[in-house]
Ligand binder design. Structure first.
Ligand code: AMP
Ligand code: GLY
Length: 427
């Protein structure tokens, strides 16, 4: 079978690599992919943009693609699944309507409320004065979110009233995120530990992937600006058996049932970003309609089951008696980024040391490009180096052993990925 993966990041490298390991897959095409996907056996890049639906459909038909998997949220939110299905192509992912769970924060908050799924208290606003009034009544810390897609940057955790008001002004005026910010959600600040809970859904049934956690802040100690994620590990110690059960019962099942009620059954990866409080109770921070990045890299590294078979079962509504198997070891991924990410950074630097291998590791590429035989940086998050071991600490040791051999002009990575989990395991 020939399979198409849409996207070009580290998540897509991990998905394409995992698909290529299936005996049933003859070739994986990645549109547009990166230098890392091009290097994998059985994988070939296609030069088509992720938002060019017509171009993608034409190529999928011309290449006789049997099955397509979508990495990033933007094409999903814009209806790529509907478009492929309209052309008679088999594709795994939520429809445009179902992808609203990520595409519109206000849709999601109202949905959570309607189906009594635990989340932070909130209100939506499109008018400055009433938004300010609400902030004044609630006090700080308080969380302000742009309603639409803002590439993971549309969230401000305001510690002071001034910060809150500044954020509201910037968002509601359209200055900060254009139309995505003209409606805002203001919500209660949640305390606890975050976890990423990612499921495979067939519309009626959801089965969970191994749990994971990522580090969203750029700098060590979980400080500095928010990013797409500077590293991740799986499993997440905070998601023990009891928490897992609560998440399935209180969050995932009612979400699938609610989406059926809403007339748009959810098929695809469903990523619940959760805050787990000190009693082990989960609240939904956000939903994503795709796999996490960089969570995909350690989770796919651990996945033992055939990813193609799993996604095909989801598309045909047959997940009921299916289950996924994972390597028992911990996997931990360290993101290597360009200095200055996520604000201003350079691209086009030659990456050295990629060929220095180390046991129990795998390098997933994200922002990389091959130019005349050399691999160069081509984005903010450049690589995610995964290591696997018996504990979080040993997985980290393997990963960093490999990281330390890779460099370019102004590379940057956090040296403390997994620190919270390591502390938990050593307590
Ligand atoms: P989001 O884009 O909604 O995932 O938010 C980005 C990050 O902001 C999350 O991963 C959390 O770290 C933080 N965050 C969002 N909402 C809240 C909240 N209500 N309370 C505390 N932290 C939050
Ligand atoms: N790592 C966070 C995300 O994929 O949304």
């Amino acid at each position: 079978m020939r399979v198409l993966v849409i996207g070009s990041g580290g998540r897509e490298h991990a998905l394409a690599w995992k698909l290529s390991l299936s005996d049933r897959v003859t070739e994986v095409l990645v549109a547009p992919g990166n230098a890392g996907t091009a290097l994998e056996a059985k994988v070939r890049n296609l030069e088509v943009d992720t938002n060019d639906f017509t171009g993608l459909i034409d190529r999928a038909l011309a290449e006789r693609v049997d099955f397509t998997l979508v990495g990033p949220e933007i094409p999903l939110v814009e209806g790529i699944v509907d478009a492929f299905q309209g052309a008679g192509l088999r594709i795994f992912g939520p429809t445009k309507k179902a992808a609203q769970l990520e595409g519109s924060k206000s849709f999601t908050k109202l949905f959570l409320d309607k189906y009594a799924i635990p989340t932070a208290e909130f209100q939506t606003f499109d008018e400055l004065d009433s938004a300010i009034e609400y902030v004044e009544a609630r006090g700080t810390p308080i969380v302000i979110k742009a309603d639409g897609l803002a590439a993971g940057k549309g969230v401000v955790i305001a510690q002071t009233k001034k910060e809150a008001i500044d954020a509201l002004k910037e968002m509601l005026s359209g200055e900060a995120f254009g139309d995505a910010g003209r409606q805002v959600v203001i919500e209660e600040f949640l305390e606890g530990e975050e976890a990423s809970f990612i499921c495979l859904c067939d519309g009626k049934t959801a089965i969970s992937f191994a749990s994971s956690q990522d580090h969203k802040r750029r700098d060590e100690g979980d400080l500095g600006p928010n990013t797409g994620g500077m590293g991740a590990y799986s499993p997440a110690p905070v998601v023990d058996r009891k928490v897992h059960k609560k998440v399935m019962e209180q969050v995932i099942s009612p979400t699938l049932n609610g989406m059926i009620e809403e007339g748009s059954p959810y098929v695809g990866f469903l990523y619940a970003g959760l805050m787990i409080d000190k009693h082990g109770n989960p609240k939904v921070i956000e939903f994503n309609c795709r796999f996490g990045d960089p969570e995909a890299q350690p989770v796919m590294y651990r996945l033992r089951s055939d990813l193609l078979e799993a996604c095909e079962k989801a598309v045909s509504g047959e997940l009921k008696d299916y289950h996924l198997e994972f390597d028992e070891r911990v996997a931990l991924g360290v993101v290597m980024a360009a200095g200055g990410y996520p604000v201003e950074y350079e691209t086009g630097d030659i990456i050295e040391g990629l060929d220095v291998t180390a046991s129990n590791t795998k390098v997933f590429h994200a922002g990389t490009i091959e130019v005349e035989g050399e691999i160069k940086t081509n984005g903010g998050r450049v690589l995610c180096v995964v290591g696997a071991g018996e504990s979080v600490a040993s997985a980290a040791e393997f990963a960093y052993a490999r990281v330390n051999n890779i460099k370019w002009k102004d590379h940057y990575f956090r040296g403390d990925i997994g620190h919270r989990a390591i502390k938990r395991q050593s307590d």
